[in-house]
Design a protein around this ligand. Sequence first.
Ligand code: ATP
Ligand code: MG
Length: 445
Amino acid sequence: MRLSRYFLPVLKETPREAQIVSHRLMLQAGMIRQASAGIYSWLPLGYKVLRNIEKIVHEEQIRAGHIPMLMPTLQSADLWRESGRYDDYGEEMLRITDRHGRDMLYGPTNEELITDIFRSYVSSYRDLPLTLYHIQWKFRDEVRPRFGVMRGREFYMKDGYNFDLTKEDALHAYNRHLVSYLRTYERMGLQAIPMRADSGPIGGDDTHEFLVLAETGESEVFYDSAVTDLTFGDREIDYDSVEQCQSILEEFTSKYARTDETHDEAMFNAIPEERRRVARGIEVGQIFYFGTKYSDAMGATVQGPDGKSVPVHMGSHGIGVSRLVGAIIEASHDDKGIIWPEGVTPFHCGIVNLRQGDAEADGACEALYKALTDKGLEPLYDDRDERAGAKFNTMDMIGLPWRITVGPRGLKNGVVELTSRRTGESEELAPELAVARIAEIYSGV
Ligand code: ATP
Ligand code: MG
């Protein structure tokens, strides 16, 4: 993309409404625009990051054997009356009446709708296990929408639902989700720690939230600092293996890590003092096992091997896709702007032309642009007739992890400059080598 032809409405002033850094930077970098309280338009740069996150979530869900589909945003109130949640959900639910006087609602989550689909088609244990998921907009009429996309009213979420014959099978589905989530967040350059949590309106006994540590997080968290040493890495996972998924769950959840809802002072005090941490975190996902709560209420049963009809065991699992855009920025920025992890960056690298209009510099930039594009990479070429300082500031603010700077002086010696946004370190090298280096970096992402 050439910046002169792109739509990147970077703000010059610091937006006053932003209380936290991710919100401020998303507004300044022209990623989002508020449409009304807690509801945002995703401008081109923000939309690219949202899509990159969504793609990782899909890839990891499919890898774990979960099946993508799509349910609507508007749901019929009748289904929610069956589960009893139409009344329980309270004011967070946006209720709508259509022209025929039918009660509808903008879905805050989808347990009822998916259970209805399940009971309409599945009647035998032979069709289990089954995990269906979708990535769809949700609406929760939050009392205090704030922090930009972090606590919106309309937000984008992956929600998945497992259906199993027995509790053991459903707990394997739970573990499988925990493992796949660990991998998902790491691919986005994030450490998200699974913490024992409270189940809230979803219901159920077993639940973990995934938290990204950040000062601006809304949850208070208590943990053993040893959990932050754990990394998932690129392990080979057999998602059908009960033992393997169970052992990874144990590895990642045996150290103390809880949110304030389930915090246990005595257990916390049993951790060696130098490893006790009280901090704040951003919830980027949650998994639940809730047994037969919805299948009992809505009659979702299957015929077991012995011919008897039994309610299915279920769980649900959510990832806050739009919140993640903000959470990644909270975890990865400096005073100049965003620093995108390679896994989610909107463009793979920037090209800055220090002397726009100079035939040699222009030609070198065009050649770089073509070479990168030919390798399947997407550069953002700042081809505007601007001062170098202004170009650098824009690049630093929008946070592309790599920048190639092209100027007449370097070109005389046959070199361009390759700069890492994260470390600030620069290196002079021939243009072909800069292209090869960037291609190599992204080949592992
Ligand atoms: P919270 O405690 O932050 O209100 P929740 O526990 O009610 O969230 P879940 O039902 O677990 O949310 O939804 C799954 C994920 O969706 C959450 O982990 C979070 O990342 C995201 N999410 C929930 N509410 C919002 C919101 N208002 N804006 C953006 N993302 C949200
Ligand atoms: Mg939650």
